[in-house]
Write a protein that binds this ligand. Structure first.
Ligand code: FMN
Length: 229
């Protein structure tokens, strides 16, 4: 499935054409477009209207310096304690298989076989470059927040992702940045009482990049829903 780079005209279209883009074009996002998207996303709901998020938006030299350090420590094999683990461990079925399938489908498009562990690792480090996007965002929140507020942050990022489609942009949500608190705290004005929740790359998706042809599977509604009447 090829990447849709048109501006979405409806919520349905935005949902349908949104994918996680893992290769962006070297094309800046106009400041007004970015600001308007983020301002609109502020209408996202949150339990008790807590709005438990802080956004750190990077472009230009700040983004370059941030990425440079993130790439260096990633390739040096450094490991940090994540603010929150990405998944429960061990993962159970069917989630375990769904996650496995996503990885296999993505690396098949990239032409990096399972045996090429180093190749897969090096490619995964593209996360540290925000997949070459011109905008990199880190979202933080107070360490005392619980699961309901983490859900609120999820709602915020979905708003951002759909609004991006309306503006002809694409996004990559990135839990990856939960692994790199040191870089985030060094380069950004994050209170010690706060922690990294999630990151996001925003930009124009590269329609010629094979990895952007991944239209990840979903379970059918009836596999996950029960109707009661
Ligand atoms: C909160 C969140 C964090 C994610 N973190 C990453 C990440 O760090 N790196 C990555 O390549 N994809 C990341 N993804 C993308 C998921 O793998 C992707 O959403 C899922 O496979 C479905 O594919 P789609 O977004 O293309 O529809 C993340 C998605 C979400 C919602």
């Amino acid at each position: 499935m090829s990447l849709n780079t048109e501006k979405s005209a409806s919520v349905s279209e935005a949902l349908d054409t949104r994918i996680t883009v893992r290769q962006f074009l070297d094309k800046p996002v106009p400041e007004g477009v970015l600001r308007s998207l983020l301002e609109k996303a502020m209408r996202s709901p949150s339990g008790g209207n807590l709005q438990p998020w802080k956004l750190h938006i990077m472009t230009g030299d700040t983004l370059e310096a941030f990425k440079k350090e993130a790439v260096e420590i990633t390739l040096a094999g450094k490991v940090e304690e994540p603010t929150h683990p990405a998944y429960p461990s061990p993962l159970w079925e069917p989630q375990r298989s769904w996650r496995y399938k996503l990885g296999e489908d993505m690396y098949a498009l990239l032409g990096i076989p399972r045996e090429n562990k180093m190749g897969r690792l090096v490619w995964f480090a593209q996360n540290a470059k925000f997949f070459e996007a011109p905008v990199g965002i880190i979202i933080t929140g107070d360490k005392r927040l619980g699961a309901p507020q983490h859900m609120d942050i999820g709602i915020l990022i979905q708003s951002m992702m759909l609004l991006a489609r309306e503006a002809g942009l694409h996004t990559a949500p990135q839990g990856w940045w939960r692994n790199w608190s040191s870089v985030c705290h060094k380069h950004l004005d994050i209170a010690e009482t706060d922690e990294v929740m999630v990151g996001m790359a925003i930009g124009y998706g590269d329609p010629d990049a094979n990895v952007n042809n991944l239209y990840a599977d979903r379970a059918d509604l009836d596999e996950v829903a029960t109707f009661y009447s």
